[in-house]
Design a protein around this ligand. Sequence first.
Ligand code: SF4
Ligand code: SF4
Length: 430
Amino acid sequence: MASEKRELLYHSVCLEEGDCKGCTTCMRYCPTQAIRVQNGKAKIIREKCIDCGECVRRCPYHAKRVVSDNFYTLKSFKHNIALVAPAFCGQFSKVTNIDLILTGLKKIGFDDVFEVARGAEVITAKTKEILAEKNHEGPYISSACPAVVRLIAVKFPSLSDMVIPLTSPMEAAAQMARREAMEKTGLEDDEIGVFFISPCPAKVTAVKQPLALDKSSVSGVIPVKDVYMKLVHALKSVDKIEKLSVSGKDGIRWARSGGETEALGIKNYIAVDGIHNVIKMLEELEDEKLNNIEFIEALACTSGCTGGPLNVENEFVANSRIRNLTEHLEKGEAKGENLSLMWDKKVEYEPFSPLDTDINKALTKMQQLEEIYARLPQLDCGSCGSPSCRDFAEDIVRGKAQERDCIFRLREKIEVLAKEIEELGKMIKE
Ligand code: SF4
Ligand code: SF4
């Protein structure tokens, strides 16, 4: 049942098959072993994918795409607001003022702007309250990164109760933006479009199919790079910069790894970034090696949201710019009354489908898997089209691959055959 449900999950990451050369790069970097390469083309196993975007970042042929919204979607609403993540402000060289970026957005089709950093300030304050309650053993894990929340649901279900059940800064900001716009314009909720400018595919998925909310307050998601292309030109024609930025340093610093924790003022914490590092850290946590830690900030992209694959700028350059843009700012103050900040529902564990629904058959298949694995070279070379020998053995048991797809096993079989033919030849001569 669970796997059927997971098949139905929305995914923003997809393959443009015509552009795929079957090079296996994406397969080797996918953190959840969700990719196979068969018949010269990559294939995503939907139930395993967490939309982290690692394959989008790694594919040398740009064959992995992110399905998102575009500027045409703005036509569906009477009043459109750009929801600006702090990471967005680090994308522009020669820009020394956040207000210039926000004013520019009003020139390319948005009626207003709202900083996600304001949502981050509200979430920071609420997180402090939750940490003070301390109602479980071990550390709390931040729920800010949707790829990490999905990763925990798919691979680390035993840690799900450690995830802080709070909505993201993006969702908090969307609620605040809507409320302000309704007051300002007198329009109804459904006449207002709130568009998040996203650095990553996981945020697209989090809006289209939120795991822990009944419905997102965000109307659509447009990638940073699409907005950037329009905005760089528009910035040249801004003659009067409006005073639009009201966020403090604490909200904006969420753009980079460690920023959330600095805003919380916690000393005993781990801030980990990059999906493979996050996995290592969660494995340690699962092994109860981190019970003395108070808080874990885990972000799927290297350096944090500035490292998202939909950005245009190098993450380290972007982080440096954000530091410069915000050095004069005050800490910032949470202003957001009566918002719905807690999750509507628990994130359910969505296991990958078992080897068999019948327990006895599943056990037999597990034994077969181990036998096949023992015969394989255990080099994890990937030339069979599966990310590791163990995954390959599992694919064989599931009927998705054949042992001869392994070049080492094939060579062994050919050697045996060659010997048999030689023996036969000798017998014929005799
Ligand atoms: S990285 Fe993956 S999607 Fe890109 S060409 Fe190679 S196999 Fe195909
Ligand atoms: S988005 Fe992430 S989990 Fe999904 S296939 Fe790509 S690398 Fe794997």
